[in-house]
Design a protein around this ligand. Structure first.
Ligand SMILES: Cc1ncc(COP(=O)(O)O)c(C=O)c1O
Length: 388
């Protein structure tokens, strides 16, 4: 009766089962997986956000498949303030970055085609690909004190007939930005093979240090067909508003064709609500207000984690350049899953096992840097005391 693409193993994992039991028993837990900004104290207090004005202006339904021009103009202005020229006609709105990926897989791939994705990375790729009848071919991010794109594995993935290459800039959970040198090699390889690049920049505003080696936004890429994704969920800490965008850049003729086709895909769903589009110009006027608040929290949690893991701790913190997660390698006597279970069972601290993000090392956990400092530092204190 059901499609094979939805034939998932839906049995709850032991970690999820334990979490349910703990919650049912009323035990107070320290959740170091929380990645919802609105649950970590980041609340917009302006009543004008999607208030009566935007709602009033959305009473007349005049959909534009690409999204309202006023919203696309606001996005274009936001890039202009970063010295990147993106015209509104090269921007397409979607209700989330996840939906934007689906639009792009539909645009670029046929059934059974392959897209190259970083490993480790964001667990949703597997689902997004499968739901769109696409297969993922991993390329590696390698760690030697910091993360690098393993360019030879990118070459391998591209030569396995990939229809698109995905970069996550910075990546989740490694927090690593693509470096300029890596960008130059990847862009020239993609251009030579005529393979479009999809660049997920949802965490690009969350950099801990202004490292000169990091590439800026790919939205200004001209030499090869590039789709750059961003949106309100991370940039403004407003995942519930459901607005993201795709910037199409590259050679004119290819961009024009891509935009035309994307417009039909977007027109088929018209999924972005009018009120949020009406509100976007005001929201994007000063996203830094929220970005800076979040960045102050993530940076301070990361720094305290670094201090706690320094000098003789059996836990090793992997170097992180930004974004909202950090990777902690715990002693190899337990697997990542066993650690996550043990930390929840004995300490009441919820963490992600690293395999969820395809981390190769066997005993890593992933912690969110978003939780309030008190929760974060107590969770980390308990974990480090236990591993010692
Ligand atoms: C790298 C990355 N891209 C995209 C998303 C999802 O963004 P959206 O809420 O816009 O779908 C996430 C969510 O965690 C993410 O980690």
């Amino acid at each position: 009766m059901f499609s094979t693409r939805t034939d998932w193993d839906l049995r709850p994992s032991p970690l999820f089962t334990l979490l349910q039991q703990k919650r049912a028993s009323g035990e107070e837990l320290l959740d170091l997986t929380e990645s919802n900004p609105t649950k970590c104290g980041f609340i917009h207090h302006s009543s004008k956000l999607v208030g009566p004005e935007s709602l009033q202006r959305s009473m007349l339904y005049e959909p534009d498949p690409k999204g309202l021009l006023s919203a696309r103009q606001a996005i274009s202005d936001w890039y202009k303030r970063q010295n990147i020229s993106v015209t509104p006609d090269r921007i397409i709105l979607a209700s989330s970055t996840s939906e934007a990926y689906s639009f792009l897989f539909r645009l670029l791939c046929n059934v059974g085609d392959v897209v190259a994705v970083p490993k480790p990375s964001y667990p949703l790729f597997e689902y997004l690909a499968r739901l769109n009848d696409v297969l993922c071919q991993d390329y590696r991010l390698a760690y030697d004190g910091e993360w690098h794109v393993d360019l030879s594995s990118v070459d391998e993935a591209l030569s396995s007939n990939a229809e698109a290459l995905i970069l996550v800039h910075p990546n989740n959970p490694t927090g690593s930005f693509v470096k300029k040198e890596e960008r130059d090699r990847i862009v020239s390889e993609a251009r030579a093979r005529k393979i479009p690049i999809i660049v997920d920049e949802v965490f690009s505003a969350f950099s801990f240090a202004n490292d000169e080696r990091c590439a800026v936004s790919f939205a200004g890429t001209e030499s090869t067909l590039t789709f750059t994704l961003n949106g309100m969920s991370k940039l403004l800490g407003l995942p519930q508003m459901k607005l993201a965008w795709i910037v199409v850049s590259g050679p004119d003729e290819e961009c024009a064709k891509a935009v035309q086709r994307l417009e039909v895909i977007a027109d088929t769903y018209l999924s972005v609500g009018t009120a949020v589009q009406q509100a976007l110009p005001q929201l994007l006027n000063n996203p830094e207000a929220m970005t800076q608040k979040i960045l102050t929290r993530t940076r301070s949690n990361y720094e305290s984690l670094r201090t706690a893991c320094a000098a003789g701790s059996p836990a090793t913190l992997l170097h992180c350049e930004g974004a909202w997660n950090a990777i902690l390698c715990l002693p190899a006597k337990r697997s990542d899953e066993e650690w996550a279970l043990e930390l929840l069972q004995s300490l009441g601290v919820l963490t992600h096992p690293g395999h969820l993000f395809d981390i190769e090392a066997k005993s890593c956990i992933v912690v969110s840097l978003l939780p309030e400092h008190k929760v974060f530092s107590e969770g980390i204190r308990r974990i480090l005391a236990a591993v010692e």
